[in-house]
Design a protein around this ligand. Structure first.
Ligand code: NAD
Length: 323
């Protein structure tokens, strides 16, 4: 039986990854500051611990694992990452986690390590035209991410690549583009835009109004978490390190996303555009490289993933109103 460690197993993508690895027959240990908020603890062994602390990391990685998946990060939506108020914390926390986890993997002679980077590494100057953003993997340098979160991801990508090169480790690096789905944060300030819009639409009566940050003409693409897992596992099972985009090429404006959610909900609402933190003006995944190297592209369209996510958020709201 293969064994895996998932760091960040209490989080959105990490908890789904634990479930998927268990389904594939792995023995899985998960570690996180917290247990998954919205789903079961599927791991064979789940440790609550702070990966900024080297002693905690030593206990989490106290044995050999066939594979380590490093998804733990100080993370959030635009309201957390792009205001500037949390930058020192974001960089310090995530860099500490990556330094500790990778060094401990090396000392335990663990060879296969996955690192979750982000589309936030791409230079701001290539993402000013909302209809023509450039996010091919090789466009990342000269570097100019628009957030400190992106700079930390870039630093850590280089850390993983250098451990791979100097210590003969099989590191695999993916740059995720806006992953969404069931069991993702949907309230509280750290939620991402698909969950935030689903929640607002679900909470508003037909004919009402929801708020959208900015003019809503900024573009993004969104990938359902099930597709993301497929991309991660294909990358881990390939002999190619990346970094590679894991995202969707179905680019929409935020206004269009809101209309997709309304369509799924069967509601017609007005959009009230208000000031808010926005991130870059345009961003889309460029999947040419992952398609060439792994033969991978998303299998479903945005609307079907949004449909499942919307219904899940509706259930969360129903559950809360019954409490
Ligand atoms: P998430 O916030 O749900 O999961 C991250 C987990 O890391 C959380 O459960 C958190 O408690 C844990 N964590 C944070 N600090 C920790 C610490 N000191 N010790 C132990 N655990 C700690 O985020 P997610 O959406 O599941 O993202 C997973 C990874 O993918 C992150 O590295 C994130 O930066 C990256 N990523 C995600 C997206 C996305 O759209 N979801 C996009 C790009 C990159």
């Amino acid at each position: 039986m293969k064994s895996a460690l998932v760091c960040g197993a209490g989080g959105f993508i990490g908890s789904h990854l634990v479930t998927r690895l268990r389904e594939e027959g792995y023995w899985v240990r998960g570690v996180d500051l917290k247990a998954p908020e919205y789903g079961p603890v599927d791991a064979d062994d789940f440790m609550i611990g702070d990966l900024r602390d080297p002693d905690t990391v030593a206990s989490a990685i106290d044995r050999h694992f066939d594979e380590v998946y490093q998804l733990a990060a100080d993370m959030g939506g635009a309201g957390y990452l792009f205001t500037g108020d949390n930058d020192a914390e974001i960089m310090h926390n995530s860099a500490m986690i990556n330094l500790n986890v990778l060094e401990t993997c090396y000392r335990q002679t663990i060879r296969s390590v996955f690192y979750s980077s982000s589309a936030c590494v791409y230079p701001e100057h290539n993402q000013v035209d909302p209809q023509n953003p450039l996010c091919s993997e090789d466009s990342v340098y000269p570097a100019e991410p628009d957030s400190e979160y992106g700079w930390e991801k870039l630093f850590s990508e280089r850390l993983y690549l250098n451990y791979g090169r100097n210590y003969d480790m099989n590191v695999r690096i993916a740059r995720f583009h806006n992953i969404f789905g069931e069991r993702g944060t949907w309230r509280g300030g750290r939620e991402k835009v698909p969950a935030a819009i689903c929640r607002k639409v679900a909470q508003t009566a037909d004919g009402g109004e929801i708020e959208i940050w900015g003019d809503g003409e900024q573009t993004r693409s969104f990938l359902h978490v099930s597709e993301c897992l497929e991309g991660i596992l294909r990358l881990m099972r390939s002999n190619w390190a990346g970094p590679v985009n894991i995202g969707s090429e179905e680019m929409v404006t935020i206004n269009e996303l809101a209309y997709i959610v309304m369509d799924v909900a069967g509601k017609s609402l007005r959009l009230n555009h208000v000031p808010g933190p926005l991130g870059v003006r345009g961003r889309n995944s460029d999947n040419r490289l992952i398609h060439e190297k792994l033969g991978w592209k998303p299998a479903e369209n945005l609307k079907s993933g949004i449909g499942r996510t919307y219904r899940w958020i509706e259930q969360q709201l129903d559950g809360r109103s019954r409490c």
